[in-house]
Ligand binder design. Structure first.
Ligand code: ZN
Length: 144
């Protein structure tokens, strides 16, 4: 996910353990850890794209003939993507270049316009929620 141009993967889970999100249902949920792997792979995808590597978009699994399977979801796509083992139409292999696994995690200095976001400050009522929405809209359109 791209957050104001800084690139950020953010997975938020509710504190309420009775939330339906924590209910595993094999008909609805496929490969429940997938969201974590998916967002992590977006980070790796971005690292290589910023270094001008030609790699498939993480969302383009169908273009390469992969389908979401029951229970395991896109596990096969992710495995081949991570191992640079995705077959292209001309018979070559593509995916994440393994150099991505040797690059160090990004430091603050890697972000030209690094800004600290207050992820811990959640809106506690409808008014704060509305204020946050307007703040985001104003920032998107360059208004203060
Ligand atoms: Zn995605």
């Amino acid at each position: 996910m791209d957050l104001y141009g800084i690139g950020y993967s953010n997975i938020r889970l509710p504190n309420d353990s009775s939330s339906y999100l924590y209910t595993y249902n094999s008909i609805i949920n496929t490969f429940p850890e997938e969201v974590f792997i998916h967002e992590f792979l977006h980070s790796l995808e971005r690292i290589l794209q910023e270094r001008n590597y030609e790699i498939p978009e993480l969302h383009d699994y169908q273009k390469y003939g992969y389908e979401e399977e029951r229970v395991i979801g896109l596990k096969t796509w992710y495995r081949d993507y991570m191992n640079c083992n995705v077959k292209t139409s001309d018979g070559n292999l593509t995916g994440l270049d393994d150099i991505v696994y040797t690059l160090t995690p990004p430091a603050e200095s890697d972000f030209k316009y690094s800004t600290e976001d207050k992820f811990n400050k959640e809106p506690s009522n409808v008014i704060e929620e509305a204020r946050n929405i307007f703040r985001v809209v104003f920032r998107l359109f360059g208004m203060k």
